[in-house]
Design a protein. Structure first.
Length: 226
């Protein structure tokens, strides 16, 4: 063991606070850049947002930007993740009132999704538009992966209902895709595109409409028997 290893005043101990301070500052700068990026992308859209806009909003230098992100594309993808994660978690917290096929549960699940979408509507709208217009394959891949994850979870839910004797046999992957399109397009057109965030009453109205579509689309055993 060296003197530096054993002495609290040695070189290693003396350098630790400096390293910690640098890491803390770096994390704070990164957070400020991400927050600024969300604001800029939401206000200007993807194509019109410049790195200069982001660093100005964050109050940092352009050199600091490149210490954390390689490009505008990279910071956009990173800025999206919290919103996508929240959207994925939104329906997991919803209380089911029945077996999952009843109207009340389907409306509640749809309401949770649309409410989460409304909280993140600007950046989610920008993601969809960037996926359609950007030359970076990362955007379309991210959007398609997010959509595929939602459709896959819906298909698993449908197959589970089938195993439990609630649904008749059908193409569950296709049905999940169609159901996903219904909620996704409703969210984008009626929540993402308007100039102002829809009020709670409007979101509930949309949830009832989409929940009813889901309920009517399910190949329920008792419905076929009737």
């Amino acid at each position: 063991m060296s003197v530096a290893d054993s002495d609290p005043g040695g070189a290693d101990a003396g350098s630790t606070p400096a390293r910690r301070g640098k890491n803390t500052r770096g994390l704070r700068t990164r957070s400020e850049l991400l927050e600024a990026a969300v604001t800029c992308f939401s206000e200007y859209g993807y194509s019109r947002t410049r790195i200069a806009d982001i660093v100005f909003a964050a109050g940092v230098s352009q050199g600091n930007f490149y210490r954390h992100f390689a490009s505008k594309d990279e910071i956009f993808l990173e800025a999206l993740r919290p919103s996508l994660d929240e959207l994925t978690r939104s329906t997991h917290r919803t209380v089911r009132t029945g077996d999952g096929t009843d109207r009340a549960t389907l409306v509640a699940l749809t309401s949770a999704y649309l409410t989460s979408y409304a909280r993140n509507r600007r950046i989610l709208r920008v993601m969809r538009e960037a996926a359609a217009t950007s030359t970076d394959e990362g955007f379309s891949e991210l959007w398609l992966a997010q959509r595929a994850n939602y459709v896959e979870r819906t298909a698993r839910w449908l197959r589970d209902l089938h195993r439990r004797g609630k649904l008749t046999e059908t193409d569950f992957d296709l049905l999940a895709d169609v159901l996903g399109s219904a909620i996704e397009q409703t969210a984008y057109v009626h929540i993402g595109l308007p100039a102002a965030t829809p009020r709670r009453e409007r979101i509930e109205q949309l949830a009832v409409a989409v929940g009813e579509v889901w309920h009517r689309a399910l190949p329920l055993v008792e419905r076929d028997e009737a």
